[in-house]
Design a binder for this molecule. Structure first.
Ligand SMILES: [Zn+2]
Length: 373
């Protein structure tokens, strides 16, 4: 291990003996009983020294080995310590790509504070494969944001040609109008992350995650039952995202067999409204309306960013709040709220549910498996 300080945490002295790392409430923490020589020691934590060399250099500052051990322990406890050795594989990236991903890496090092965990997770993102079904305002932007965040293989599945109403400043551009949607989406991903790895063998793997973000007026509530069954049977984790009228939704995030699915959502809706199955069939047939779907640009961009965040949480091994629920963003009042979703007893999709506090259905996350197709 080559200890270094996390560049993402600003540091400032609260008084002569108390050093504070971080600014915001989520990450601010203090190292107390600091001494004048400790400040010079911090300058040694630049990631160039193994522990023995660091201890020897500290001795030149009249800091004994015991003090070095104590300081490193305190720095690790407040989440300020990183391991430069873990960053070494990242040095193989093109310099421009590494510089572009710098803020993402810094954020990962805060969200996952163990030394070296941030670089490990960024490398794991580069090995991940995500498929986005839908290359419209929401889907195209989700794909671009995921690629920009370091996901190595992002593919968009869609057909037909780009229409003006599909475009977004974050995804498929107005200049792509008329191009095949799949090609335009690939171009959006390349623009967002020009230094992505070659698709290679990863392209033959089952995706680690599928995002269902159909073009037009669609969201989790209007999940196509056929697609829902297909993804459940394939055992592929998936997330619904979209805009329906004036409401943006992200979720449910489905871990097949372990969390409520899109059909559970429809079944709950049918409990409230017996006509819902008939309405859903008409909506999914495409015969329930032919006008321009409502999809506010700002709302679509918000939904895309939030959906990408939930995807990244999953890929990084955390539980997104759309697991066992969904997030709503309202265009009417600009508010955001989470709705819980339990598995429906008539759906039969959950065979290994894990009840969580508050009664919502949650599950223990496994990291993406990288299963072979
Ligand atoms: Zn279900």
């Amino acid at each position: 291990m080559r200890p270094c300080l996390k560049p993402a945490l600003r540091r400032a002295w609260r008084d002569r003996h108390t050093l504070q790392f971080g600014v915001g409430r989520a990450h601010a923490a203090v190292v107390e009983s600091a001494e004048p020589a400790d400040a010079a020691f911090l300058d040694l934590l630049d990631g160039t020294r193994e522990l023995p060399a660091l201890t020897a250099a500290a001795a030149g500052l009249d800091l004994p080995a015991e003090r070095v051990g104590l300081l490193l322990e305190r720095l690790e406890r407040v989440g300020a310590l990183d391991d430069a050795d873990a960053r070494r594989p990242l040095l193989e990236l093109p310099p421009a790509e590494l510089a572009r991903l710098g803020p993402d890496l810094a954020a990962l090092s805060l969200a996952h504070p163990e030394p070296g965990r941030g670089p490990e997770l960024l490398l794991a993102r580069r090995r991940a494969r995500v498929r986005v079904r839908g290359g419209g305002r929401v889907g195209g932007a989700i794909a671009a944001v995921l690629a920009a965040s370091g996901v190595g293989l992002v593919e968009v599945v869609d057909s037909g040609s780009v229409l003006e109403q599909d475009t977004s400043p974050c995804g498929v551009l107005i200049a792509d109008t008329g191009r095949p949607r799949a090609a335009a989406a690939r171009a959006a991903v390349r623009r967002a992350a020009p230094g992505r790895p070659d698709d290679g063998a990863a392209a033959r793997r089952v995706p680690d995650l599928v995002v269902v973000a159909p073009r037009g007026d669609a969201a989790g509530l209007l999940a196509d039952p056929g697609l829902s069954r297909e993804l459940l049977h394939a055992g592929v984790p998936h997330l619904y995202a979209g805009v329906l009228e004036t409401l943006g939704t992200v979720g449910p995030f489905v871990l097949p067999g372990r969390s409520a699915c899109g059909n559970c959502l429809s079944q709950h809706r049918a409990d409230e409204d017996p006509a819902w199955p008939r309405l859903l069939a008409q909506h999914c047939s495409g015969r329930s309306g032919s006008g321009s779907a409502a999809c506010d640009s700002a709302l679509a961009t918000t939904v895309a960013g939030l959906a990408a965040l939930h995807c990244l949480m999953f890929l990084d091994g955390a539980s997104p709040p759309s697991l066992g629920g969904w997030a709503e963003v309202s265009m009417l009042d600009g508010s955001m709220r989470r709705r819980p979703l339990e598995a429906h007893p008539d759906c039969g999709c959950c065979w290994k549910p894990v009840p969580a506090a508050g009664g919502t259905m949650m599950a223990t996350l496994d990291p993406p498996t990288g299963r072979q197709a």
